[in-house]
Design a protein around this ligand. Structure first.
Ligand code: GLC
Length: 693
């Protein structure tokens, strides 16, 4: 067991790994902490992984409706701003706010049964209304409403009773009610001094919420901003009240906060070296909006949870209780389903670290803990085989967490040491709905192997057994090739070193040695062939994620020299995400996408002198730009194909350029989107170059 543990840690070094704070992290400056002190303070939060966000305040009384009409776009909690409601009119709403169905214990149990370990509630949102008894402002739940109870006190008591951590959200900058608070430019009554607002409302209220409710675990600032000196005064006051409290990154000024808070998105590669928490709504709004029943499905919520954990983050999932104090039934139903799954599969989430692999799997996500690897299977491949292409540590046993019989899954190890888990048919668990989780115990290794071998800009190298072969254009200078390769672990080294320049006029031997002394020798043969040219990762399958929400481009896989430039947006997209388009013709799940004029992506290729054709598949993303825009394909500066309006349709088409000449040497292939009337988005896949003698 001890050996297994060492191995996993060894290979984990390469991925994002456990969230240990780097010694030079700017986060440490906030409180002058050592990495150890910081890690100790963050420990419970890193273990917890899953929390409930609660947006509940005076806006909940309105439910997105003002003067008998539903307020248009935007989040429901922004209604005062969106409808430019005067301070007096908005304050009058408090007279009706009497959430008689509020039962703090019910909320805590809903969170607890969903598998959540902490809650963060809006103590004061941008509307300036305090959900607690405040001596600093009468605009609070106890003094301004017929309810008269203090919901935060009741929630704090219920949390304490049920072992739930509690955090408070506090909007320290935007305040549309109190004079001096930021952003109210429609009601002259909001005019005032920002410093006075900070010192007489914000700081006293922060002291109240941090002192009057027992041990508060998190302070969730919002909306940064503010002027010189205020951040420091706020921070000082918070530290005086609770030096251990976890803060987020939204105070502003010189403060980093303990956590980054990506909103409604999952960062493509996580945020290595930083603690982070994606907050997300379950429907289209944070605060309660009547009739918004566009709930994310339970499988989607679970996918998000697994995906976030696999990238090393926490998930703060929002509920927006209504004017009566009830969490909407749609939220409760999904939370209960999430909880059922968590009871069985929670080990894949709690206390786990990010996937140790630098690349994303096409069929699921991975988290790790000690010598255990948790494998979330989202889409079971048709052949029922789950290969972990970057795992160079052996799996001693594996089974589904949900399989009551804990039937051992068959594992085969390829000749290069890479394991494949076979899911039996019939499978002990079902697929297609909620993700299914396999726990795999790792032992032995890392093995001496080469995972991929790349001659930049050249056709793909083929690894078969101990032979590596690659065909390159005839004109290539074989004496100066500098291939790169990966072994999957820093504990496996090779000679010649990756990236070193070598003479390939004759086959060359690469010797790979693992930490345990085991070795393996590969013979690399480079074969010059007239017209050999190819586009690396032409189906875009192996790119790092791939984010359905912020559509950020991740890292290029080895050998993929694609670069993406944004006019509005360019990257890789997942067709199973919210991207609406028919399945790609080659069945791949990922495609490149271009959105907005000037967005482009390009790749370097090497060729002989001669004629070539290029073909690719393309489609317009459904629901985008009624006016199609021209898509231009250029080789160096020369246009080799231009698709005009109308040529790209709702179904995938395959397009082939006329033959075009290339000189010997390196070239740049580029796809660029032209000017459009509307918002256009094209998806491109399967880019192939062929030599035509
Ligand atoms: C934004 C919004 C706000 C919401 C918050 C949650 O800052 O202004 O309404 O509370 O995000 O992250």
């Amino acid at each position: 067991m001890a050996a297994g543990l060492t191995c996993l840690l060894a290979f984990a070094v390469q991925g994002a790994g456990p969230p240990r704070t780097p010694a030079d992290s700017p986060v440490l400056k906030d409180r002058n902490e050592t990495p150890e002190q910081h890690d100790a303070r963050m420990a419970w939060w890193r273990e917890a992984k899953f929390g409930m966000f609660i947006h509940w305040s005076l806006f909940s009384q309105l439910g997105g409706e003002w003067k008998g009409k539903m307020s248009g776009g935007g989040y429901a909690e922004w209604i005062m701003y969106n409808e430019k409601i005067s301070i007096a009119d908005y304050a009058a709403v408090a007279k009706d706010f009497n959430p008689g169905k509020y039962d703090a214990e019910k909320w805590v149990m809903a969170a607890k049964n969903a598998g959540m370990k902490y809650m963060v509630i809006t103590a004061k949102h941008h509307d300036g209304f305090a959900m607690f008894k405040s001596a600093a402002s009468p605009f609070n739940m106890v003094d301004a409403t017929p309810f008269k109870r203090d919901p935060l006190k009741e929630l704090a008591d219920a949390c304490r009773k049920h072992g739930m951590k509690l955090g408070f959200y506090y909007s320290q900058n935007y305040d549309w009610h109190h004079p001096g608070g930021a952003l109210n430019d429609w009601d002259p009554a909001s005019k005032g001094d920002y410093d006075k607002y900070t010192d007489e409302i914000v700081i006293p209220q922060l002291r109240e919420i941090l002192k009057n409710y027992g041990d508060i675990a998190i302070l969730w600032f919002d909306m940064g901003g503010g002027g010189a000196g205020q951040h420091e005064r706020i921070h000082k006051a918070v530290m005086e009240c609770n030096p251990k409290i976890i803060t987020n990154n939204r105070l502003g000024g010189p403060f980093q906060g303990d956590t980054e808070t990506p909103e409604q998105n999952i960062p493509a590669n996580g945020l290595p070296g930083r603690d982070w928490e994606t907050c997300m709504t379950m429907n289209g709004t944070w605060g309660y909006r009547k009739g918004d029943n566009g709930w994310k499905s339970t499988p989607d919520l679970l996918r998000n949870l697994c995906k976030i954990a696999s990238k090393g983050g926490n998930y703060l999932l929002n509920v927006g209780p209504n004017e009566l104090g009830e969490i909407p039934a749609g939220s409760l139903e999904h939370l209960a389903q999430v909880g059922e799954w968590m009871k069985v599969n929670g080990a894949v989430i709690y206390g786990t670290s990010a996937s140790p692999f630098p690349h994303q799997l096409s069929w699921g996500w991975v988290t790790s803990k000690g010598n255990l690897l948790y494998i979330c299977v989202d889409q079971l491949p048709a052949d029922h085989k789950l290969t972990l292409p970057e795992l160079t540590t052996r799996i001693s046993k594996a089974c589904f967490l949900a399989d009551t019989k804990k039937q051992a899954l068959a594992i085969t190890t390829a000749d290069n040491g890479i394991p494949t888990i076979a899911v039996p048919d019939p499978s002990p668990v079902s697929f297609g709905g909620n993700p299914a989780v396999i726990v795999a115990e790792l032992t032995g290794g890392p093995v001496a192997t080469i995972l991929d071998f790349v001659f930049p800009g050249m056709p793909d190298a083929v690894i078969s057994g101990n032979n590596i072969r690659v065909e390159v254009p005839k004109a290539t200078d074989l004496t100066k090739l500098a291939p790169t390769y990966r072994t999957g672990s820093p504990l496996v080294k090779g000679t010649p070193a990756s990236g070193s320049t070598n003479d390939f006029t004759k086959p060359l031997t690469y010797s790979i040695t693992a930490a345990d002394g085991s070795t393996r020798a590969y013979v690399v043969t480079v074969l010059p062939r007239l017209g050999a040219v190819s586009v690396a990762n032409h189906s875009f399958e192996e790119f790092d994620f791939l984010n359905e929400y912020d559509e950020t481009i991740g890292k290029n896989p080895p050998g993929a020299t694609w670069t993406f430039k944004d006019g509005a947006e360019a990257g890789i997209n997942h067709l199973k995400g919210p991207i609406t388009a028919p399945p790609s013709p080659d069945g791949s799940q990922h495609t490149a996408h271009l959105r907005g004029a000037g967005s482009s992506f390009s790749q370097a290729i090497n060729s002989d002198q001669g004629n070539y054709r290029l073909s690719f598949s393309a489609v317009k993303r459904s629901g985008y730009a009624p006016t199609p825009v021209p898509l231009t394909v250029t080789m160096d500066e020369t246009v080799i194909l231009k698709l005009e309006s109308g040529q790209l349709g709702k179904e995938w088409g395959t397009f082939t350029t006329p033959a075009f000449p290339l000189t010997a040497g390196s070239h740049t292939l580029t796809f660029t989107l032209g000017k459009a009337e509307g918002d256009a988005m094209d998806l491109i896949d399967n880019v192939v170059i062929t030599y035509c003698p």
